[in-house]
Design a protein around this ligand. Structure first.
Ligand SMILES: [Zn+2]
Length: 354
């Protein structure tokens, strides 16, 4: 959250200076790939630690309208790959937006699809297969629900220290404990993280599989969604692990098995891939190479940035721009689309593959 508020501060300052107007020709590239997770009506609730992952249908509508009015083409990932071959940075061609959704939230069908259809906007939806089978461990959402429903959380983090008790009565306490446990859980290896979440669920009588079934698209829903001509289904592993924490064989296995299951279910072999979490500590050079070995045509990270011509040589490490819950204002859209905040943050290195 702290780094996000820093970006927030920077964005506001930038907007005031109008620096992006001057710098934009050097930063805007061919276009951008946008990351979305959930699309749902605004929630009236004072504890929403995952608000970052959610925008409203109204804002999605406003964003797509804004992009179209700014002369951007709404295109598929295949066309992104095509344009990287045929276009030049700073050329006269129209720029693009490619919309992607991660994880397969059910609201993508109920709340996003009507907006996408109204704008005839294509979208790529990256699916972790365990989620669709109701077996996914959406640990960030489970942690939110357990903290929300309880005024005390008990947990054994270190057997030597024994049971710890966290007060989670007020919203402030809930946020504090959420942040602390979230950070700690992110640092654990996959097996231990799953075990801790299982312990938390058992202790606080929480049904993690029900949460997965309630939040994520069903297999039948996925099949129907995949038949919509606007939609492409992409692979997002089987269990949504932090790939960088797995050994090479396990990581490749996650990529291939997730893709092959989707092919079995849908009759179409997914050609595009998204790394779970997608940050430098969750997907690195080894994983970019594995995505290539697995035979994908492209793979996206969550590193921030625009798409430039030279990304064609880095199709397994494509950056994206997150349209997230903290920036649901039209003025940010123009700024994101300028590419300036991302170029500034990286000292004008456009590839952002580190
Ligand atoms: Zn994901």
């Amino acid at each position: 959250v702290s780094s996000s508020s820093l970006i927030h501060y920077g964005l506001n300052a930038l907007h005031m200076m109008q620096a992006h107007v001057l710098l934009r020709p050097f930063c805007q590239g061919l276009g951008m790939i946008v990351t979305l997770h959930r699309v749902q009506p605004a929630q009236d609730h004072d504890f929403q630690p995952n608000a970052l992952l959610s925008i409203t249908p109204e804002f999605l509508d406003q964003a797509l309208l804004h992009f179209k009015r700014s002369g951007l083409d709404l295109i598929t990932m295949d066309e992104v790959l095509e344009r990287m071959m045929t276009s030049n940075d700073g050329g006269l061609q129209r720029r693009f937006v490619c919309v992607t959704f991660d994880d397969g939230y059910r609201d993508n069908i109920t709340h996003a699809m009507p907006v996408l259809e109204a704008h005839q906007c294509p979208a790529l939806v990256y699916i972790p297969t365990d989620f669709v089978e109701g077996e996914g461990c959406l640990w960030w959402a489970i942690l939110e629900e357990i903290i929300d429903a309880n005024s005390l959380i008990t947990l054994i983090r270190d057997p030597k220290r024994g049971e710890e008790v966290f007060a989670t009565k007020t919203a402030e306490q809930k946020y504090g404990v959420y942040r602390k446990l979230y950070r700690w859980l992110r640092s654990l290896d996959e097996t231990r993280q799953k075990q801790i979440i299982a312990d938390l669920c058992k202790e606080h009588h929480f049904d993690a599989k029900k949460l997965c079934r309630d939040m994520i698209i069903t297999k039948a829903g996925l099949k129907k969604l995949s038949q919509n001509p606007l939609i492409t289904i992409g692979a997002h592993t089987q269990s949504h692990p932090n790939l960088a924490k797995l050994d090479k064989i396990e990581a490749l296995d996650e990529m291939v098995k997730g893709r092959d299951l989707l092919e079995q279910w849908l009759g179409v072999r997914p050609r595009h891939f998204a790394y779970p979490y997608g940050s430098p500590c969750a997907a690195g050079w080894r994983d970019f190479d594995l995505a290539r070995q697995a035979g994908f045509s492209s793979a996206v990270t969550t590193r921030k940035g625009m798409i430039f011509k030279k990304h064609h040589g880095y199709r397994y490490a494509l950056p994206r721009v997150s349209l997230n819950g903290y920036y649901q204002e039209e003025r940010y859209l123009d700024l994101f689309n300028s590419g300036v905040p991302f170029s500034l943050a990286r000292g004008f290195r456009h590839l952002n593959v580190r």
